[in-house]
Structures are given as structure tokens and as C-alpha cells.
Design a protein around this ligand. Structure first.
Ligand code: PHE
Length: 457
């Protein structure tokens, strides 16, 4: 690859990778999963999955990317010429494109809510007694109509185009360096607000005192799914980004930092959500799916002083987290077109992102006025979400581990993990076995879970 294709600083590459990892997965999906999988027990399972499976898979992808120095497909063939394992990269790129189609819509929703918080429209006419109906109805109005979500997702796509046209250093790295501090400042501010609420300790108790009897196979599978999604594994993102890492970047250190920061953000979100909802006697169903973010939290904000400011800050947080993730998905497709078809960046960006306006519109319509847009009994939106997260991402992650662990020349993995012997082997020696055996076994169990489940009944 030509052009300025290396991150310019260590901080920049970490900000960009962390920016991809931190997304709606940490901020929205995590609290909902904690709620439905037994509170702190889930947190514990998630942490174990993050370290035993998440970090090794991340290291496998880093090694493929920095070793192969190409996009998600050609990194494979650069390491083993002509290998069929490049199909793994192709699967990841496809999955990522499908994810973008619905994630752009969701990111658009956060933008709509940010706007309605700033204008105050979201809170007009809502009072403590009618809040739950008003916000439920507004959620349907705002999210499940046609025009507004389509316009908002197009806007998000155009912002992505603007950033990606800037390239690796002046686009992705600059954006991440700017937005990551904003994200942390808002997170910590909201955390202070939430922890100062009257019944905050009840929420914290639920979040932090584990009930070990709640841990069962389902919780394990959800914990792994959450670890994978929140670290952006199996998406080709980490392969693409690590191809831009300088030769001296320490991969193991980077993977630990990225995972810890992602975990930290998830835990902070727990500290924000649980005290807030228990303080106002909410919980249960109100934490599930879209309801949590777009109906329950506005209800909480309504009862706080400075409603509109807190609400706007929260939706800005969501938007920032989602935007840095979408940029990383966009770059996967752009890198592929540039590498494979020797396209100029501008062309590659337009060819990858413009058709998304159409794909996202279809996703938005499937939740709006065209519910007949279905695949296998689910809205196109829901179908894409399920097939990518439950099937395509784990499969691509598995392929990555098997390829670098067993198929590529053995020296490559160890060489990448120790920067060709210049770093102490230490953890790298263990990581190799986690990548070769433990991670693939864990992923296979998750993939086969729907079948295995019945055997255990
Ligand atoms: N890690 C991201 C998240 O938590 C996953 C993701 C990345 C999703 C890129 C979409 C696009 O949201």
C-alpha cells in the first residue's frame, strides 16, 4: 500500500483501535446483557472471555495484519501466496459490510436523539406521570418511520466519507485523537451524576455482587459473544488497522491496553445505567433492546436537573462511540478496494460507501413502513444483526486463529508477537497456545451452541 499508510504515533494507533472497539456494544449492548444474564455473574464471565479468548483472537488478527501488511484479504495471501484461507478475509469483509448497513441506521438514531435533546423536542409535554408512554411513543415515532432515520443514516455515511477521504493519519487518526478524550470526559461526568443519585448503591450492588448460581452455559455463550462484538473481532478491522501499525509497535501490549480500556468503558456504563434505573424504580424489561437507550434513559433524564444538557451529552457520547466504530468498518472495505484493484483512495471511499446509503435505507424501511422486507421471518435489520454476530464473526475469528496458528509458517506468529525476537517471549509463549487451541475450541462451542444446547437438556 502506498500513501501515508502508517499511524503516526503510538497514542494515535491506540486511539483508533480503541475507537473501533468502543461502540454501541459497550455502551448499550453490555448493560442489557448484564441485566438479562444475572448481573455481576455475567460481568465475571465477560472478563474471563475477554482475557482467555478475546485477547488471543485479537493477537491473531494483529499478527495477520502487520505480518501481511495488506487489506483483510491480501494479508492472508501475502503471508501464504495463493492460499484459500483468503476466504476468511473475504468473509470478514462481507460481514463488516452487512454490519455497516444496520449500524449506520443505529448511529443515525443517536444523531436524531442528539438533535431532539438539543432542541428539547424529546421532552416536550413529558411529565413524571406520563413519561413511560410518551417516550415509548416517541421512540416509535422517531425510529420506526421512514424519512428521518434514512436522512440521519445518510448524514452519518457522509461524515464517514469525509473522514475516510482524509486517509489514515489525517482522517482516522485525527478523528480518534479528537473524539476519544471527549468520550471519556462525558463518560466520567455522567458517572458522577449517576452515582450521586439517592438509591445508587442498590444498582451498584446488583452490578457488582455476583450470584454464581446464575452462571450457566447460556451465560457463557453470551459472555463470549459480547467479548467478540465489543472488541471488533472477526470483522477484518483489526487486520486492516494493524497493517498500518509501525514495525516497533508491541502487539501484546496494545491488545491488553485496548481490551482493558474497552472493559473499563463497559464497567463505567454499568455504573451509569444501574444506579440511574434503580434510583427511579425502573428495570426489568425497560433495559432490553432499544427501549433502554431511547425510552428508559430519557425517562431518567427527565427526572434529573439539567435534563436537556445531560440528555444531549449522553446521545453525543453514543454518537461519538458509534462514529469511530463505523469509520473502522468503512476502512476495511476501502483498504480492500485500494489493495486489490489499485484504486485511489477517493474512488475507493466513494465506491464502498455510496451504495451503503441504499442498503441502510432498506434496513431502516424494514423497521418503518415496509415490514414486509423480511428474511426468514425477521426484519432485514434483525436478520443482518443475527447472522453477522452469531455466525459470520465467530467463523471469521476462528479462521484467523487457525490460519495464523497452524497454516502460516510457524515463525510468523512468534515473530510478530516478539517483534522478531527483540522483545522477551514471556506472555507470547502462552498466547501462541491460546491462539492455536483454546480460542478455536471456545469459538467452536459458541458456533455449535444452538445444536449442543439440546444435548444438555
Ligand atoms: N466494537 C464495536 C462496538 O462495540 C463493534 C463494531 C465495530 C460494530 C464497528 C460496528 C462497527 O460497537
Amino acid at each position: 500500500m502506498s500513501e501515508n499508510t502508517e499511524f503516526s504515533s503510538k497514542l494515535g494507533l491506540i486511539a483508533a483501535t480503541v475507537g473501533s472497539a468502543i461502540g454501541l456494544g459497550n455502551i448499550w449492548r453490555f448493560p442489557a446483557e448484564v441485566q438479562s444474564n444475572g448481573g455481576a455473574a455475567f460481568l465475571l464471565v465477560y472478563i474471563i472471555c475477554l482475557f482467555v479468548l478475546g485477547i488471543p483472537v485479537m493477537l491473531a488478527e494483529f499478527s495477520i495484519g502487520r505480518g501481511g501488511r495488506g487489506d483483510a484479504v491480501s494479508s492472508f495471501t501475502n503471508l501464504v501466496p495463493g492460499t484459500r484461507w483468503r476466504g476468511v478475509g473475504a468473509l470478514a469483509i462481507l460481514a463488516t459490510y452487512l454490519i455497516m448497513a444496520f449500524y449506520m441506521v443505529v448511529t443515525g438514531w443517536t444523531l436524531e436523539y442528539l438533535w431532539f435533546s438539543i432542541t428539547g423536542e424529546l421532552y416536550q409535554g413529558a411529565t413524571a406521570s406520563n413519561a413511560s408512554e410518551v417516550f415509548g411513543a416517541r421512540m416509535n415515532d422517531y425510529l420506526h418511520t421512514d424519512a428521518a432515520p434514512i436522512i440521519a443514516s445518510c448524514l452519518v455515511i457522509f461524515i464517514n466519507i469525509g473522514v475516510l477521504l482524509g486517509g489514515v493519519q489525517k482522517g482516522i487518526e485525527k478523528l480518534s485523537n479528537l473524539l476519544m478524550p471527549v468520550l471519556f470526559i462525558i463518560l466520567i461526568g455522567l458517572c458522577c451524576v449517576s452515582l450521586s443519585l439517592p438509591e445508587a448503591s442498590e444498582g451498584i450492588k446488583f452490578f457488582l455482587s455476583p450470584d454464581f448460581s446464575a452462571i450457566n452455559a447460556e451465560v457463557l455463550v453470551s459472555g463470549l459473544g459480547q467479548a467478540f462484538f465489543s472488541l471488533s473481532l472477526g470483522m477484518g478491522i483489526l487486520i486492516t488497522y494493524s497493517a498500518y501499525y509501525p514495525a516497533q509497535t508491541r502487539l501484546t501490549q496494545t491488545s491488553v491496553i485496548v481490551s482493558l480500556v474497552s472493559l473499563f468503558v463497559s464497567v463505567l456504563m454499568g455504573f451509569i445505567i444501574f444506579p440511574a434505573v434503580t434510583s427511579f424504580g425502573l428495570g426489568g424489561e425497560s433495559l432490553a433492546g432499544e427501549t433502554l437507550v431511547f425510552a428508559t434513559l430519557p425517562e431518567v433524564f427527565l427526572r434529573l436537573p439539567a435534563t436537556r444538557i445531560i440528555s444531549a451529552l449522553f446521545f453525543l457520547l453514543l454518537f461519538v462511540a458509534a462514529l469511530t466504530s463505523t469509520v473502522s468498518t468503512g476502512e476495511v472495505a476501502v483498504a480492500y478496494l485500494r489493495d486489490h484493484f489499485k484504486m485511489k483512495r477517493t474512488r475507493a471511499v466513494l465506491i464502498s460507501l455510496l451504495p451503503l446509503t441504499l442498503c441502510s435505507a432498506v434496513c431502516a424501511l424494514s423497521l418503518g413502513s415496509m415490514p414486509q422486507l423480511q428474511i426468514m421471518g425477521k426484519s432485514i435489520f434483525g436478520f443482518l444483526d443475527n447472522i453477522t454476530t452469531q455466525f459470520m464473526l465467530p467463523l471469521a475469528a476462528l479462521g484467523g486463529c487457525l490460519f495464523i496458528g497452524w497454516r502460516a509458517p510457524r515463525s510468523i506468529l512468534m515473530g510478530q508477537l516478539t517483534n522478531h525476537g527483540t522483545l522477551k517471549a514471556g506472555f507470547a509463549g502462552i498466547a501462541v497456545w491460546l491462539i492455536r487451541i483454546v480460542a478455536p475450541a471456545g469459538i467452536i462451542i459458541v458456533l455449535l451452541w444452538p445444536v449442543l444446547k439440546d444435548l444438555f437438556r
